[in-house]
Design a protein around this ligand. Structure first.
Ligand SMILES: O=C(O)CCC(=O)C1=CC=C[C@@H](O)[C@@H]1C(=O)O
Ligand SMILES: [Mg+2]
Length: 321
């Protein structure tokens, strides 16, 4: 017999979380819980405002109609709504045992302001030291100095940077000017430095700093091709869609010799722990970009190991069915 439930939830965010110039006060989303006989699976459906094209209400409608059909014994196709397709495919792969339990909890520490916070996080990081720094929020010159300072102070550090397309070519050049040329190959990649892909490509050629595509993956004309200066793609499964599509994108990247980084769309602890499992499964040699749980004030249903935020369990969620 099949049973299913859908829960809607809301978590308060830390005060300073700003996405695409909008403050994100709460993170809102859904969970799907599927049960068949003794087996069960969970999935998270939480479109990210400013990044997902669908609203939470769109995702909820798609999820509920899929769940109702599944519960009635059908094998409905996954909805054409990325966050819903992702969450449902996680629940189905937990149910049939194809999503491995082993997880990669080595999230690359994320720094969006104060570099001093990074020193502490990196000191505690065993093995490979990789961190991600948001740039483009302050003056490009300040960003360049911060990056230089970090690379100088921690000789075995590699940085991932993310400008979220904030820069004109001139600003990007101003940034690069402050990064000592001998450190530039310790920038694993810079995600989307400029407003256009062509400007970002030119930045990579002119500065020798490798770039990565993130936003571009969701554009209709994006193609997986090997290009000089491009070293990685950032795959955010909530924005991508089903796990099959995520696997296809990872395979396409790997076939071209690109690094594929499984990354957060600011999911709850439940979704993040599943992303850590997806990363261990599909990108075992790459530290995933999952250091976003501490932007929230609570964990939901499943804990991220060693995280001390309070946990809200299933009884604290609002069932919709
Ligand atoms: O990639 C990571 O290491 C963490 C996730 C992250 O940086 C982001 C998640 C969601 C939206 C953005 O603010 C940002 C990104 O653009 O990559
Ligand atoms: Mg990015």
């Amino acid at each position: 017999m099949r049973r299913a439930q859908v829960y809607r939830w809301q978590i308060p965010m830390d005060a300073g979380v700003v996405l695409r110039e909008r403050r994100l006060k709460t993170r809102d989303g859904l969970f799907v819980h599927l049960q068949q006989g003794e087996k069960q699976g969970w999935g998270e459906v939480s479109p990210l405002p400013g990044f997902s094209l669908e609203s939470l209400d769109d995702a909820q409608a798609a999820l509920l109609s899929w769940v109702n059909a599944w519960r009635d014994g059908a094998s409905p196709v996954l909805p054409d709504v990325p966050s819903a397709a992702f969450g449902i495919s996680c629940a189905l792969t937990e149910l049939d045992g194809t999503l491995p339990e082993a997880a990669d909890y080595r999230a690359a520490p994320l720094c969006s302001g104060d570099p001093d916070e990074l020193f502490a996080a990196l000191a505690a990081m065993p093995g490979e030291k990789v961190a991600k720094v948001k740039v483009g929020l302050y003056e490009a010159v300040r960003d360049g100095m911060v990056v230089n300072l970090l690379l100088e102070a921690i000789p075995d550090l590699r940085l991932r940077l993310d400008a979220n397309r904030a820069w004109t070519p001139l600003k990007a050049q101003q940034f690069a000017k402050y990064v000592n040329p001998v450190y530039r190959d310790r920038i694993a990649f810079m995600e989307e430095p400029c407003k256009t892909r062509d400007d970002s490509r030119a930045f990579a050629q002119e500065t020798g700093i490798a770039i990565a595509w993130d936003e571009s993956l969701r554009e209709a004309d994006f193609e997986f091709i090997a290009e000089p200066g491009v070293s990685a793609v950032v795959i955010k499964p909530t924005l991508t869609g089903s796990l099959d599509k995520v696997r296809e994108q990872v395979a396409a990247a790997h076939a071209l010799g690109l690094t594929a980084v499984i990354s957060s769309s600011i999911e709850s602890s439940l979704g993040l722990t599943q992303l850590a499992r997806i990363a261990a499964w599909l990108t075992p040699n790459t530290i995933p970009g999952l250091d976003t749980l501490n932007l929230m004030q609570a964990q939901l249903v499943r804990r991220w190991p060693d995280n001390t935020l309070p946990l809200v369990d299933v009884e604290g969620l609002e069932p919709l069915l």
